[in-house]
Design a protein around this ligand. Structure first.
Ligand code: FPP
Ligand code: MG
Length: 298
């Protein structure tokens, strides 16, 4: 039924009556549609659920168009990003169009759903700003990292699950917490993959986060266990183009101190919490989505 969400997005975009915008938006790869998948699994496939799922995916797509401009990223999901094809100005404006069209459609859905989703967009914008500012210097605070990824990534996944529960007349709190845990784990996994995957698998350069200034969980935990000299060495590499031997040193230290396993365990603990919630609610499909998210990644 994800197909129905794709058709809904196409229809929303087509109704703008702007052929060139339609062509540009068609170049955005669909991705996993995790948020839409959750919503359909929670609330079924009524027209208002399909519309809400399309709205959430359009907001997500808009946020990534802006994010790629902010991050100077020229590939997304293994293909050229919209800013790489059309330039930064166009990418921002196409993001604005997607985002405002989504809000135009959202007001017709349900007052509570509109509140939950619009609040999440405020959170993700605040989270993105934190990500950028925190990247100016090395961040050694795990708490600040968790708050930032919660806002930047988990807030919209949480809102997708909660708003689907509202539409389905289910207990919104249970589904909200499920979405929140899954969302935080999702970003943690994304950050772990940046360290352990090669650039071909990632569809973007490997070990790119640290070069961009992002002190993700593996770097925070590594910093905690390094000696004073090694700490200085790691700090000196922050926000710099890494030489092959520097990359090798980071990976070697991560291995030596079992950092990746520690991060994986933390992400897994959150996924397990999400799975338990769904076991109790008798939601097999949602359990599977959580389990598959981890299996597919590692
Ligand atoms: C990806 O993070 C970025 C996000 C999940 C959020 C981006 C949010 C904004 C730009 C706020 C503006 C919002 C709207 C709706 C216009 P990442 O850079 O860590 O992940 P990546 O590796 O996928 O790029
Ligand atoms: Mg990015």
């Amino acid at each position: 039924m994800l197909e129905a969400v794709e058709r809904q997005i196409e229809q929303f975009v087509k109704s703008l009556n702007e052929k060139d915008i339609q062509r540009a938006i068609a170049k955005i790869p669909a991705g996993k549609r995790l948020r839409a998948k959750l919503m359909l699994e929670i609330a079924g496939t009524s027209p208002s659920v399909i519309k809400s799922a399309a709205i959430v995916e359009m907001i997500h797509a808009a946020s990534l168009l802006h994010d790629d401009v902010i991050d100077d990223a020229y590939t997304r999901r293994g293909v050229a990003s919209i800013n790489a094809i059309y330039g930064n100005k166009s990418a921002i404006m196409i993001g604005d169009i997607l985002y405002s069209k989504a809000f135009y459609e959202l007001v017709d859905i349900d007052r509570f759903v509109a509140k939950v989703i619009s609040n999440a967009v405020v959170q993700l914008s605040i989270g993105e700003r934190k990500d950028v500012y925190m990247g100016e210097k090395f961040n050694s605070s795990r708490d600040d990292y968790i708050t930032m990824i919660y806002q930047k990534t988990a807030a919209l996944i949480e809102a997708a699950a909660e708003s689907a529960a509202i539409l389905a007349g289910k207990n919104r709190e249970i589904y909200r917490v499920y979405g929140k845990n899954l969302g935080i784990a999702f970003q943690m996994i994304d950050d772990i993959l940046d360290v352990i995957s090669d650039s071909k698998t990632l569809g973007k350069p490997a070990l790119n986060d640290y070069k961009e200034g992002k002190t993700t969980l593996p770097y925070i935990y590594l910093y905690e266990v390094l000696s004073e000299n090694e700490k200085q060495k790691l700090l000196a590499m922050h926000k710099k183009e890494l030489k092959p031997q520097e990359q090798a040193w980071i990976l070697e230290q991560m291995k030596k101190h079992n950092i990746i396993q520690k991060c994986k365990d933390e992400a897994l603990a959150l996924v397990n919490k999400a799975v338990e919630l769904m076991q109790r609610a008798g939601e097999k499909g949602l359990e599977q989505i959580a389990i598959k998210m981890v299996d597919r990644s590692f």
